[in-house]
Design a protein around this ligand. Sequence first.
Ligand code: G1P
Length: 288
Amino acid sequence: MTIRTAVIPAAGLGTRFLPATKSIPKELMPILDKPMLQYVVEEAAEAGIERVIIVTARGKESIAAYFQPHEHLEHHLLETGATDLAGKVRAASDLAEVSFVIQEQPLGLGHAVLTAEEAVDGEGFAVILPDDIFDASPGVLSQLLIVQQEHGGGVVSVEQVPWEVVNNYGVVEADAVAEDVHRIRSLVEKPAREDAPSNLAIAGRYILPPEIFDCLKRTPPGAKGEIQLTDGMAILLEDTDVFACEFQGTRYDGGTPLGLLRASLGFGLVREDTRDSVKALLGSFTIE
Ligand code: G1P
């Protein structure tokens, strides 16, 4: 299965970021100087993805604008000698072929993925949740592709989380088959803490065969009354192996303001051009 397409669900209202998300899509909020969404499209491009399908909602047109070339701005930057900045402006539109589908109703993550069925066109594909941002080398999607090539089937990234928070995630029950690779026996979306089969939580990257679409069509509403991708994968498991890959790297939760702040500090501390200033910045606080 060659994976050249990634689906990025980005249709949510971003309520945790209100009032900012009244007019700025959450996915365009920056980590330092770059929108969250660009981090994940870069991760996709690094993994060899050529086509990115963004599932979005009406009112979030600025996401499409972000991935268009901005000739006028580039021209101005080049004329004023700001070559580096012109390169940064260009980078977003050069990463991959980006297209959009609209999810008309917020019926859940599984439904958002199903909305992309026609655009995916019968191939295996990746799903990237843009709230989960990784500092990882190679990128987490590349790590998943290595597992997929070796074991086949579907693959999902997981990490061990504290038991107190398992109820926020899709959780897998799985048997180890290699270092950091497990064959999934069952999955459950947002289980009550006492019912969670493990603390291995799904972490926002998936490689799926096209059969997932038929499974999603048969998936009834689940947690929060929504059609969940996790529940669709539970149906997929009846006929297809799905593996969980414990990725190497650091995950940041870009879905909350504090998670985004932590991501900015974390990336700021590893980026050479910002490391010293971020250290000085952190040292400047007196914490009572
Ligand atoms: C989604 C998925 C969940 C996964 C999580 C990772 O949940 O439904 O299975 O563990 O992303 O971030 P959400 O965070 O959208 O509630």
